[in-house]
Design a protein around this ligand. Structure first.
Ligand code: GCO
Ligand code: MG
Length: 417
């Protein structure tokens, strides 16, 4: 069975998604997600101009060999664009293999290890009353773990916090949500936001204290510092959050220098998660071997596909490190479905981020996965259980959209975010 076609589909039902669809001589098709938020067309070109011509005529069953061919063969290895392109091809080939087997993909990955994948949602608010409303709304939808982000006194807006002008919460079916547009805004240039680390460090522990007082000790709470702190600031935050028993503290320092987490780890027992911007197993080596983190954030989409992420999770398991896959709305339903098939099968599943895609997105992708009682389930459809609707997809053409950039309030310097 050979690959006879590979198409790169771009659709923008509220945000831009890049999808690969591979067709085989047996007539079976498979899907993969190649979305890199804010740099989408670079992956489109990488795929269309450089990978698709190499795929035609290859054995569609030879997933590992194709992965090695695309990774080693590139010579210019790694990086988000290359790895997202390889991920999409890899995922599509797994989808095809599982469809041919007549099984949901997780069966090929070892079968079901749990009833469902524990999901966490994003509660946010400009202030505490708004935040509490958002937490209550999430609890009402069935979430059993919640990420907490809030506005910071003195800053006009903070990334990851929905503005009150569109502050409504999506329904359980995944209709329009205040969070749908959070990770990128449609504009020709990025929006600029302002930042003040000292104000943040003063405010964050008070927020968690208030949330614990309001919602009690049981609810797992998460927080994303979005790469904005120095190691010593991160150490202070982790230490000050210890009384509030976080499930994890995410991306406390910029991702380039992973050795910085040693300093953080020396000072705090707050569990640490990192890796949404990593793209290979090599990025984790030091973190795993020195046991500097507790959760792996890489999604299938940005870490080279199911073949590569499964290997990362196996490596993590040696050190009792668990999965905590990135699942914002800029990972497409194809990428989320792939994460769920992997998550339901691996022994060291931790948690899955779940923001819910818009109704328009679900009309394009028609995912079979379901969210109920705080758990996500990949479903029993053969393959990934995602069915791309060409007509719905074509109704949403690409529009430039960018993540914001972050400048210090003090003097306008560019800052990490
Ligand atoms: C998260 C993230 C997102 C990212 C976004 C970038 O933990 O969900 O940090 O909000 O910023 O996915 O494209
Ligand atoms: Mg994050």
């Amino acid at each position: 069975m050979t690959i006879t076609a590979a198409e790169v589909l771009v659709s923008s039902p509220g945000r831009n998604f890049v999808t690969v669809r591979i067709t085989t001589s047996a007539g079976v098709t498979g899907l993969g997600d190649a979305t890199v938020n804010g740099r989408e067309l670079a992956v489109v070109s990488y795929l269309r101009d450089h990978l698709v011509p190499l795929l035609i005529g290859r054995d569609a069953h030879a997933i590992e060999d194709t992965w090695q061919y695309l990774y080693r063969g590139a010579y210019w290895r790694r990086g988000p664009i290359t790895m997202a392109a390889i991920a999409a091809v890899d995922t599509a080939l797994w989808d095809i293999k599982a469809k041919l087997a007549g099984m949901p993909l997780y069966q090929l990955l070892g079968g079901r290890s749990r009833r469902g994948c524990l999901a966490y949602g994003h509660a946010s608010g400009a202030d505490l009353p708004e935040l509490f409303d958002s937490v209550r709304a999430h609890l009402g939808q069935g979430y059993r773990a919640i990420r907490i982000q809030t506005g910071i006194p003195g800053l006009s807006s903070v990334y990851g916090v929905a503005s009150s002008s569109n502050a409504h919460v999506g329904d359980a079916a995944g209709a329009t949500s205040r969070y749908d547009h959070e990770p990128a805004r449609r504009s020709a240039v990025p929006v600029e936001e302002e930042w003040d680390t000292r104000a943040y460090l003063r405010h964050a522990p008070r927020v968690f204290e208030a949330v614990r007082n309001e919602f009690g000790p049981e609810l797992p709470l998460l927080h994303d510092a979005h790469h904005r702190l120095t190691p010593i600031q991160a150490a202070r935050l982790g230490k000050e959050l210890e009384p509030y028993d976080l499930f994890w503290l995410e991306d406390v320092t910029p991702a380039e220098n992973t050795a910085m987490l040693r300093r953080v780890r020396e000072h705090t027992t707050t569990p640490l998660a990192i890796g949404e911007v990593f793209n290979t197993i090599w990025d984790y080596r030091e973190l795993f071997e020195e046991q500097l983190i507790d959760y792996v954030r890489s999604p299938v989409t940005h870490a080279g596909g199911i073949t590569a992420l499964r290997r990362i999770f196996d490596y993590a398991a040696v050190y009792q490190i668990k999965s905590g896959v990135h699942g914002p709305t800029d990972v497409s339903p194809v990428g989320l479905a792939a994460a769920l098939h992997l998550g339901i099968a691996i022994p060291n599943f931790g948690i899955q981020e779940y923001m819910k895609h818009s109704a328009a997105t679900d009309e394009v992708f028609r995912p079979a996965y379901r969210f109920a009682d705080g758990l996500l389930d990949p479903g029993e459809e053969p393959g990934l259980g995602v069915d791309y609707d060409d007509e719905a997809g074509a109704a949403h053409p690409y529009e430039p959209a960018y993540l914001p950039v972050n400048r210090l309030k003090l003097d306008g310097s560019m800052h990490d975010w």
